[in-house]
Ligand binder design. Sequence first.
Ligand code: HPA
Ligand code: ZN
Length: 315
Amino acid sequence: MYDWLNALPKAELHLHLEGSLEPELLFALAERNGIALPWPDVDSLRSAYAFNNLQEFLDLYYRGADVLRTEQDFYDLTWAYLQKCKAQNVIHTEPFFDPQTHTDRGIPFEVVLTGISQALKDGRERLGISSGLILSFLRHLSEEEAQKTLDQALVYRNAFIAVGLDSSEKGHPPSKFQRVFDRARAEGFLTVAHAGEEGPPAYIWEALDLLKVSRIDHGVRAAEDPRLLDRLIEEQIPLTVCPLSNVKLCVFEDMSRHNILELLEMGVKVTVNSDDPAYFGGYVTENFAALHESLGMSQDQARRLAQNSLDARLV
Ligand code: HPA
Ligand code: ZN
């Protein structure tokens, strides 16, 4: 039905690998690892995917990630995501992973990274999908914990292209991580950060001015600040927007209220991404399709959004 959207070559620039863990794989990994789950079956887990805000989602997302234990688990997770990319003509992807979600449970950093990196390598060689991995710090944890994670990452510095910032936004401004990001940049990493999803436009200013990010993840609340919009347009700073996520987490009341096409027409470099597709109801094509159905996105707009994603690649 959406062959024309599937056929567009696109890049995905905002995808949490842990958020691509489909309920079926979650149950299979629980079984493989001998983990008891609080849900009797896949359907009851799926029916728990109703959220009033970011935190309600995160609580379930971290709970789900607990089934990921071995290098093979991280490989299988990443490989399943890459198969979706192949099916939807996502020719390049820059996924996030959250090492602290795993190291805090006693899973070695190396186990996580090796599984993911091997799958990304196979994706390049066997599926023709280029990629660059982004290490994301959990902003609800301390600066010191982020510094320790950066120390671990530096041992494998060639495995990443950038560092990012995710998890609970409100009360955890980008400024909290200025020194971590300074060090990451000094070590040669590019930077990105979630900002302006639930947090105010001031967090977007901080991400730009203090963390010196190459892109803003989400950023839809920039619309509340005309001076910020001018800057985003002037400097052509990409926003990695995630429409289905924004509706699922009540950032917008309904898809018909989403502002992505208004931002596009103002000249903001917006892109379409899936964020946590297993939890929010779809991958990149489903996000494009929702914009077509609810906002009347035209073929020309879809082409410009897809081109923006290719232009906004870090590598
Ligand atoms: N926002 C913040 N943190 C996250 C998200 C998100 O949309 N998805 C996974 N971690
Ligand atoms: Zn995200």
